[in-house]
Design a binder for this molecule. Structure first.
Ligand code: IPE
Ligand code: IPE
Ligand code: MG
Length: 240
């Protein structure tokens, strides 16, 4: 459970990185170049995050429904992920950023699960930021899988949340959920963990998203009055 006190530091920000394809199409470029530009935005935002009070950053890179996109575009995105892991791991390690990948691994192309495991192992010591990248991820499938693991056992929110996170000890609710690209929907991302997340939607296409956009979202978040179903603690009310 998060308290109202850790409001401004160690924030868990989750981002639905949408709009790569439209960004490219508007420029008369192939959609694959939009995805490539999206990787550069990932690097920018990841490196800006620790300085803006973000402790955990969960990025939606590829949804379980994205397998429905054309095969060459899917192959291109998988190639970008492979390249990201190859080029970025040492840099993440140097910057104290720990990388995890969430989502299914059994449908990824050959070699990619091993590359993910290596990157996770190499960055395990990072303490400045926990970067979680969601690949072949579906919140509903994750919830179903956790329910399956629970069997008939008693279900508290805590216990279920632990099952949902698998082995990830950094199990946290989302504080701020950002979606770029102009759509205002969740598209099956972190449905359980975002129960009390503040939502921030921006028309900025993901390849254009930068540290200033993150700062704007964080400033918006800081102005929100989070009540978690109760009353605002700052309102000076006394208990009856
Ligand atoms: C976001 O870009 C990345 C993925 C979904 C993999 P899109 O591919 O959804 O781009 P748009 O929404 O068509 O612009
Ligand atoms: C959500 O975006 C998934 C990612 C950004 C990875 P989509 O573009 O796949 O979602 P919809 O189709 O607009 O809902
Ligand atoms: Mg999209």
């Amino acid at each position: 459970m998060q308290s109202h006190l850790d409001h401004r530091t160690n924030i868990h920000v989750a981002i639905i990185m949408d709009g790569n394809g439209r960004w490219a199409e508007r420029r008369g470029l192939p959609r694959s170049l939009g995805h490539r530009a999206g990787v550069a935005a990932v690097r920018r935002v990841t490196e800006a995050a620790p300085g803006q009070g973000v402790g955990t950053l969960t990025l939606f890179a590829f949804s379980s429904d994205n397998w429905a996109q054309p095969a060459d575009e899917v192959d291109g995105m998988m190639g970008l992920l492979r390249g990201y892991l190859r080029c970025e791991t040492a840099r993440l390690e140097r910057r104290g950023i720990r990388l995890s990948v969430i989502g299914r691994r059994d449908r990824l192309p050959a070699g990619l699960p091993q590359a993910i495991e290596r990157a996770e192992a190499d960055t395990r010591g990072g303490t400045r930021l926990h970067l979680r990248i969601a690949v072949d991820y579906s919140a509903r499938d994750a919830i179903l899988a956790a329910a399956h693991r629970l069997g008939g056992g008693p279900a508290t929110r805590e216990a279920f949340g632990r099952l949902l996170a698998g082995g990830d000890e950094d199990r946290r609710d989302v504080d701020l959920l950002i979606r770029s690209g102009g759509e205002r929907r969740l598209s099956d991302f972190l449905l359980w963990e975002a129960a009390y997340a503040e939502l921030h939607f921006t028309d900025r296409m993901w390849p254009d998203f930068d540290a200033h956009d993150l700062a704007r979202a964080m400033a918006d978040f800081a102005r929100r009055d989070r009540r978690f179903g109760g009353l605002t603690p700052a309102a000076g009310r006394t208990a009856a």
